[in-house]
Design a protein around this ligand. Structure first.
Ligand SMILES: [Zn+2]
Ligand SMILES: [Zn+2]
Length: 163
């Protein structure tokens, strides 16, 4: 929990329209299929007062590590997502609530980031993958005749097994 991402809202829930900006960074560790985030997640935005509730507008970004589902190439990429989250005194279905006149925006930020991660990232849309017989990376070289094109039933089968 980052103190910068715990926002006091006691004055906002009695002043509809009043707003408070926030910004902070918190370390997260997320694993989803072949995507992974293990490091800082940046969160910024503002909290706006409603009647007995607040609305938090979040902008979340983090560097994710991807492994291509087909050819196992690895790379890093920035994932960015924006969202809105309501907080009331009673917890919502995700358990988010105003507690002690404060909200912790790192929870919904982490959830949104996790939802934005692709389960089956591809290094490129038409990645040809690895030959299922000999393991050759078919993007860089054809292998010795193990059905070395992406229309091969083997490539399709491999996708099915990986997904
Ligand atoms: Zn690939
Ligand atoms: Zn081969």
């Amino acid at each position: 929990m980052s103190p910068d991402l715990v926002v006091p809202v006691g004055d906002l829930i009695v002043s509809p329209g009043k707003e408070r900006p926030f910004a902070g960074t918190v370390a997260v560790s997320l694993d989803f299929g072949d995507s992974r985030v293990d490091g800082p997640m940046k969160v910024s935005g503002r909290v706006v007062g409603l009647i007995d509730a607040v609305e938090a507008e979040l902008a979340v970004s983090a560097t994710a590590h991807f492994t291509c589902t087909r050819c196992l190439t690895e790379w890093d990429g920035v994932v960015e997502v924006e969202s809105k989250q309501y907080f009331r005194k009673l917890p919502d279905e995700d358990g988010y609530a105003i507690a002690d006149d404060e909200i912790d925006v790192s929870g919904p930020a982490r959830d949104e980031l996790a939802l934005a991660l692709p389960a089956t990232p591809l290094c490129r849309e038409d990645c040809r993958g690895l030959c299922p017989t000999c393991g050759t990376d078919l993007n860089s070289e054809p292998c010795g005749g193990h059905g070395d094109d992406s229309d091969s039933p083997f490539a399709t089968l491999k996708d099915l097994f990986d997904s």
